[in-house]
Structure formats: C-alpha cells, structure tokens
Design a protein around this ligand. Structure first.
Ligand SMILES: Cc1cc2nc3c(=O)[nH]c(=O)nc-3n(C[C@H](O)[C@H](O)[C@H](O)COP(=O)(O)O)c2cc1C
Length: 185
C-alpha cells in the first residue's frame, strides 16, 4: 500500500468527524511512508443536489477533477462517517450516488476500504456503517472486516473541542489503521 485517501463523510461545519479524519491523516503521515490524500464533503459544490446530477457529464468541474485525479487512482480509502438520525449522513449518500453515475467501476470496484463511525450517542454510527456496508458491497468495494465505532465523541475531545484527546480512542484508531495497512499490503 503506497497511498491512501481519507474521506470526511459530512459537510457539517464544526463536524467532530473532521477532527477524527484529520487525526487519522496525521497518524498515517507520521508513521507510514505513503502518499495521503484527504477529501472533505465540506468541499462539495453547494449545487451538487440538482436533478441534472444523474447525467454524469454534467458533474461540477471540481468534483470531476477530484474523481479523475484523486479517487480513481486511489486503491485504498478510509471513510470516516458521522451518525445522523441513526444512519449515515444524507450528503454522503448523495456524494456516492453522484460519483457512481459517472465512472462507477474505476471509482469503486475492488477498492479496499476501512470504515470509522463517529457519534455523540452510544452507537458510534454502527447502524450507519452497516448500511454503508450494504451499499459499498453492492458497489464491489472490499471492506476491512473490522469497523471502528467512536461513541460519545464529545467526551473524547479536549476542552475546546478541537482535538482528539482520549488516549484509548487514539489507541483504537492506531490499531484499526495499522490492521488496515497490514491487510492491504
Ligand atoms: C442531523 C443530525 C442528526 C444526528 N443524529 C444523531 C443520532 O441519531 N445519534 C447520535 O448519536 N448522534 C446524532 N447526531 C450527533 C452527531 O453524531 C454528532 O454531531 C457527532 O459529533 C458526529 O457528527 P459531526 O461529525 O457532524 O459532529 C446528529 C447530528 C446531526 C447534525
């Protein structure tokens, strides 16, 4: 494995998911000698939800560039996804659908992926990750068998809620990321 793409699966300002995704990015950059790309659904164009999105060629230019230059060449992906209303964020499903109507195979088929869930409640987005598993299996993504649910996320952050501070949460992230890297090699 010589590169990985990390995706922050929400566009919510102040998302705790972003803090976790950035932590994963820093951990991999510090420990492994590999190219690390990062994509945040916050950077999706505001007009992504339009009926013409189903014509793949009409995809906004920035998203097209991301798909062609970053997503398609990436063979390994870590998706960090928040729990909204007991499932994945709507914007994440919209992103997956928008990408899939243009170049489904080269974007998703047989890519290796790790899922990490983030929730303020106790479920750690387990249900959202189960739903994602069904969706991604359908899209021929090969999922790492272990999924990491991070529950009560606000209690795992520092006082000003800008960084992950809980040592056991950090260890759990290191362990699942290291396992994913080993499995992918
Ligand atoms: C629309 C919405 C719905 C949410 N629903 C849930 C939920 O069902 N269960 C839960 O534990 N937390 C829920 N939360 C809280 C998020 O899990 C919490 O904000 C967490 O930090 C992950 O989301 P974030 O990355 O946007 O911060 C919800 C948050 C939003 C914005």
């Amino acid at each position: 494995m010589d590169s990985v793409l990390i995706i922050c699966g929400t566009n919510r300002p102040d998302a705790r998911t972003r803090i976790v995704a950035k932590y994963v990015e820093d951990y991999i950059s510090d420990k492994y000698n590999m190219k690390v790309d990062y994509f945040d659904l916050q950077d999706l164009p505001d007009d992504i939800a339009r009926s013409s999105m189903y014509k793949g060629d009409d995809m906004p230019e920035d998203l097209k560039n991301f798909q062609d230059e970053v997503l398609i060449p990436s063979k390994h992906i870590i998706l960090v996804s928040p729990e909204y209303n007991g499932g994945l964020a709507g914007i994440l499903k919209l992103f997956i659908d928008a990408i899939s109507v243009r170049k489904l195979g080269p974007s998703f088929h047989f890519k290796k992926m790790l899922l990490i869930g983030v929730a303020d409640g106790r479920a750690g987005n387990l249900r959202g990750m189960e739903h994602l598993t069904g969706i991604l299996n359908h899209m021929k993504v090969v999922l790492y068998p272990t999924k990491l649910p991070l529950s009560s996320i606000n209690s795992l952050l520092n006082e000003d809620k800008t960084q992950l501070s809980d040592e056991s949460a950090k260890k759990a992230i290191h362990s699942v990321v290291d396992g994913f890297v080993d499995w992918s090699n």
